[in-house]
Design a protein around this ligand. Structure first.
Ligand code: GDP
Length: 361
């Protein structure tokens, strides 16, 4: 699951992405991922890990991770292949959610591509390009599948029905995500990899003194409310400086700034949630680990994240809710307090569950 970073030139994307990659994990720790230069893999900061570690005292700790992809090259006209248009669009189609960086800082030294700083019109430029790209995809598909539909192909008929709705919606200048398609309709159009159906959040890049009393930020926050899109304010420049520091200096720096954590942590958690992900834990002396599942996953699906054999041979899960696990100081205590549940294959995993799987091999 990947979150793509988009935005106009000179809004602070590279600055933010550099902070992400420097705060990110080393490629050699993740031999199963190929880390390309435009991909940053970061651990998801989760305050629930520390209490688990204190209880279990494990040899190893493995937080959840999330992937960011720097999608450079979007300018007005990208959907017509201008700039790095086509490559850009191909990259963004492969992501699962979009982090849209918006410039909310004034700085005479940093040129703005449109000549003035106006976050709402910047957002519109990007959204228009993305909608145009989707329109083209929809048009082409309708053309191709329309012929099949005419000859009675049921799948093609179903697809064309949804696409006609999508086309009308895009024609009004709207993004597909606001059309309110149901799960079946979304499944039908999934192979098209439409861009504007993906969930989006806005990352408002502000100056270090721009977190409050900032009219540009207020505009983006208002838009986010209207679109039900999360808005995270961040100062990319400071994040880049923080990620350059050694751990010790980092703590000092944050303390001086009166911050509990780098702003990047908020971005990472927002991306994780935007991707529709949640965490369950396994807690053993060998390893305490945060595992990632799609929200709404069943216990066997969750087991499958550890190993496909666990899913295939799933018998049941022993589940302790996170709060109960911590309250009773671990598995033994929770068991004695009657807080360990045996759950079957229909159990829907809850965020924070501490789980142990029983399976046949
Ligand atoms: P990109 O084209 O979107 O990748 O933008 P960059 O990350 O290259 O940033 C463009 C310029 O804006 C660089 O000179 C950055 O140093 C500067 N910049 C980025 N973030 C901030 C910020 O929060 N405040 C100020 N004043 N400048 C910033």
């Amino acid at each position: 699951m990947k979150c793509g970073i988009v935005g106009l030139p000179n809004v602070g994307k590279s600055t933010l992405f550099n902070a992400i990659t420097r705060a990110g994990i080393a490629a050699e720790n993740y031999p199963f991922c190929t880390i390309e230069p435009n991909v940053g893999i970061v651990e998801v900061p989760d305050p629930r890990l520390k209490p688990l570690i204190d209880i279990v005292n494990p040899q190893k700790v493995q937080p959840a991770i999330v992937e960011f992809v720097d999608i450079a090259g979007l300018v007005a006209g990208a959907s017509k292949g201008e700039g790095l248009g086509n490559k850009f669009l191909a990259n963004i189609r492969e992501t699962d959610a979009i982090a849209h960086v918006v410039r909310c800082f004034d700085d005479g030294n940093v040129v703005h591509v449109a000549g003035k700083v106006d976050p709402l019109s910047d957002i519109e430029v990007i959204n228009t390009e993305l909608a145009l790209a989707d329109m083209e995809t929809v048009e082409k598909t309708l053309h191709r599948e329309g012929k099949k539909a005419k000859s009675g192909d049921k799948e093609a008929i179903a697809l064309c029905n949804v696409l006609e709705k999508v086309q009308k919606h895009l024609d009004t200048g709207a993004q597909v995500r606001t059309l309110g398609l149901d799960v079946d309709q979304l499944a039908i159009i999934k192979p098209l990899c439409l861009i504007t159906v993906k969930p989006v959040m806005y990352l408002a890049n502000v100056n270090d003194d721009g977190f409050s009393d900032n009219a540009l930020l207020d505009k983006v926050v208002a838009l986010g409310k209207q679109e039900h899109a999360p808005v995270v304010a961040i100062c990319a420049k400071i994040e880049a400086e923080i990620s350059d520091l050694e751990e010790e200096d980092k703590a000092l720096f944050l303390d001086e700034m009166g911050l509990d954590e780098p702003g990047l942590d908020r971005v990472i958690r927002a991306a994780y949630s935007l991707l529709g992900l949640e965490t369950y834990f396994t807690a053993g002396v060998k390893e305490v680990r945060a595992w990632t599942v799609k929200k709404g996953s069943t216990a066997p699906q969750a087991a499958g994240v550890i190993h496909t054999d666990f899913e295939r041979g799933f018998i049941r899960a022993e589940v302790i809710a996170y709060d109960e696990y911590v309250k009773h100081k671990g598995e033994q205590g929770a068991k004695e307090a009657g807080k360990m549940r045996l759950e079957g294959k229909d159990y829907i995993v809850q965020d924070g569950d501490v789980m142990h799987f029983r399976f046949n091999v």
